[in-house]
Ligand binder design. Structure first.
Ligand code: SF4
Length: 655
């Protein structure tokens, strides 16, 4: 078999951008995603979901052969039977190759089932198709995936009737038992992931599946019959167009656009590997390597209409006219989003590296705060397979918080934290009780960074409100949540708590812009920028006073010196933390990919680490190490918020 066959993962990659096929798998090109498949699988609970799907088919044969030819031979042998269920069945046609998650053969019919750790609602009439008859963009990769498999299987076995299914977590179901989740534990052996199924599914668990097979024949037919690719190709023709280019190692001409923002084939000047990203942009816009490094249109924060701007020939930040930016009149004090974008463009164009602080606006905001100030940060996770009876798939779980205090006289203390380490426990009630106990002691202003904490308080509010359990302090918990939060847009009940949290990111957006953040408002960028700017912070935190009782008490650090310099530059404090994944060789860039723009994403580092505590086999020492790392991670997030406020207070001479 030719090694350059188009597999389903390469096909999915090409559906994001066909040019990526050329860079994929070449060792001389940087690939930021190459280290992440194990982590992504963990983050999305993909391993457990795949195993649970197999448990629903107890008579299935698993084809374990990693060698493709052996896997094909074994599949063909099993398909000789009239009725058979095969996991990881292998099919090939010309230079195409797929491994199908589950294949059910009955006589001349094949059910092709693709298992995904994604949820849908079985009560929704048409979860995948729009009213106009197209496929919702969020479902396209899944439908294309199964359509690609159908094409290969029907070419390999033209006499068979093939029906296509997605197997998904049904949000409208509830888990029939406690501990279903814990039946699937992950062990990583060298480069292989192994799932240990602790015990068989009970009759109740088999009779009430939380994963459902959903027929997607109509959607797949739509792709085959109605959709056009690169404006001309039918789906089958496009598959061969891609596979022929891949086979002959010919690059498909790039079409730069929004998709390039998250291209994994980027590199940085320190990296000696080639950058596919630079090659694409140099090819289309005919500029040299240096021009690629100067501010690009993609670097502008939150710029709308990127595709049409890029396709009209604009690629550099300095080519953007003020008229292209929607600068609306501001109803609230500080910068409007458009004004902030224009400020970024002007500073980038003029090589102006100075920071912007709206003194009056910030002063006005700060004067409304009540001391002591509280800084909180939550870490959360959504397990696809619930921990408990009665919970839906992807139930929201808040498993950790950190809490710092800043007093009016400038004293700082890491005053509290919570981390659930018990396996299989839903910690939400304990979490909210611990938070209440820590914040109820005074009426000081509470800070969060971005929307995540408010969103989760809303979710826990709904869970407590609708709980059938006998919760003795239900009213107190509900009132507490409402007092420190505001209702989200999708909430039917509306409220705005008297002590609702202040979003520090909002204050950054309105009153502070620093070119050192490269246009990002993530705390992971704002915090190092603030440390670099502030002499006050540098002097204070270059002393090993953090974690000293008489100076700055901490629950997890001792004598920590947060400001360290290398070649006169302040070292990013996040690099001073212990690794969350000691056993995985993951690059810093790989970790970067796991962070969202504003907050750790659903598949973020802390939630992966927590999932490992819940799902993975590990020694007591490894557990302790991971718990310590999680506590330190979260503590630094709230300390970062404290330091941003300390910087502003010093700048405005609030003493
Ligand atoms: S830079 Fe853009 S066009 Fe090039 S491979 Fe990446 S996403 Fe595709």
């Amino acid at each position: 078999m030719n090694p350059r066959f188009l597999t389903k993962s390469k096909f999915i990659l090409a559906m994001e951008c066909p040019t990526k096929l050329y860079y994929f798998g070449k060792e001389d090109y940087s690939n930021l995603k190459s280290d992440d498949s194990f982590l992504e699988g963990l983050a999305e609970n993909g391993y457990q979901v795949a195993e649970l799907a197999r448990c629903y088919h107890p008579d299935g044969f698993l084809i374990e052969a990693a060698n493709n030819n052996k896997a094909i031979a074994k599949t063909n042998e099993l398909l000789q039977r009239d009725n058979v269920i095969i996991f990881e069945a292998a099919f090939t046609y010309q230079n195409l190759f797929v491994r199908a998650d589950i294949v059910i053969k009955n006589s001349t019919s094949i059910k092709l089932i693709e298992v995904k750790s994604k949820s849908y609602d079985s009560f929704e009439e048409s979860p995948f198709m729009t009213k106009k008859g197209g496929i919702y963009s969020e479902w396209q990769p899944y439908i294309y995936d199964v359509a690609f498999q159908k094409y290969v299987v029907m070419k390999a076995f033209p006499e068979m009737n093939i029906a296509c299914y997605l197997m998904l977590a049904d949000k409208s179901t509830t888990c029939p038992s406690d501990g279903l989740n814990q039946k699937f534990r992950i062990v990583k052996e060298k480069d292989r992931v192994k799932i240990i199924t602790n015990s068989k599914l009970t009759t109740d668990e088999l009779d009430n599946p939380i994963l459902k097979k959903v027929n997607v024949d109509a959607e797949v037919n739509h792709v085959f019959e109605k959709e056009k690719f690169l404006k001309t190709y039918s789906f089958p023709d496009y598959i061969h167009y891609l596979s022929d280019h891949y086979l002959d190692d010919i690059k498909i001409k790039p079409v730069p656009g929004t998709v390039c923002k998250k291209c994994e084939f980027k590199s940085d000047p320190a990296n000696t590997l080639k950058s596919g990203f630079e090659e694409c942009w140099q090819e289309i816009f005919s500029f040299d390597k240096e021009a690629c490094a100067s501010p690009m249109i993609l670097d502008i924060w939150n710029l709308k209409g990127l595709n049409s701007l890029i396709r009209s020939g604009l690629c550099k930040a300095n080519q953007i006219q003020k008229s292209s930016i929607n600068i609306k009149e501001n109803m609230t004090p500080g910068l409007s989003p458009g004004a902030r974008q224009w400020m970024q463009i002007e500073k980038m164009t003029n090589n102006d590296t100075s920071e912007y602080i709206d003194k009056d606006g910030l002063k006005y905001a700060i004067e409304k705060w009540q001391y002591p100030l509280h800084f909180i940060d939550f870490e959360t996770v959504k397990p696809a397979i619930p921990f408990h009876k009665g919970e839906h798939p992807y139930h929201d779980i808040a498993f950790q918080f950190s809490h710092h205090i800043l007093y009016a006289d400038g004293r700082v203390a890491h005053i509290g934290q919570y981390l659930n380490t018990q396996i299989g426990k839903n910690p939400n009630l304990d979490f909210i009780r611990a938070l209440k106990q820590q914040l109820d002691k005074d009426q000081g202003t509470i800070f969060r960074y971005a929307t995540h904490e408010n969103t989760y308080l809303n979710k826990i509010y709904q869970q407590v409100l609708s709980s059938q359990e006998d919760i003795l302090d239900k009213d107190e918990l509900i009132n507490f949540i409402k007092s420190i939060s505001e209702s989200t847009k999708d909430s039917k009940e509306k409220w705005e708590g008297a002590r609702k949290m202040v979003d520090l990111r909002e204050l950054v957006l309105r009153f502070y812009y620093d070119p050192l953040t490269f246009g990002s408002n993530s705390i992971k960028y704002v915090f190092p920028a603030v440390l670099t700017r502030s002499k006050f912070l540098q002097e204070k935190y270059s002393q090993p006073i953090y974690g000293v009782k008489a100076e700055i008490p901490s629950l997890n650090f001792t004598n920590m010196q947060w400001v360290r310099k290398e070649n006169e530059n302040v070292v990013d404090p996040y690099t001073l933390l212990p690794k969350l994944f000691q056993d995985i060789d993951i690059s810093e860039k790989g970790l970067d990919l796991l962070f969202g723009d504003d907050k750790i994403k659903g598949g973020g580092t802390a939630s992966i680490a927590y999932s490992r505590l819940q799902f993975c086999e590990m020694s007591e020492d490894e557990r302790k190490e991971l718990i310590t790392a999680l506590l330190k991670y979260c503590e630094l997030d709230t300390l970062a918020m404290v330091m941003i406020v300390e910087f502003w207070r010093d700048y405005l001479q609030f003493k």
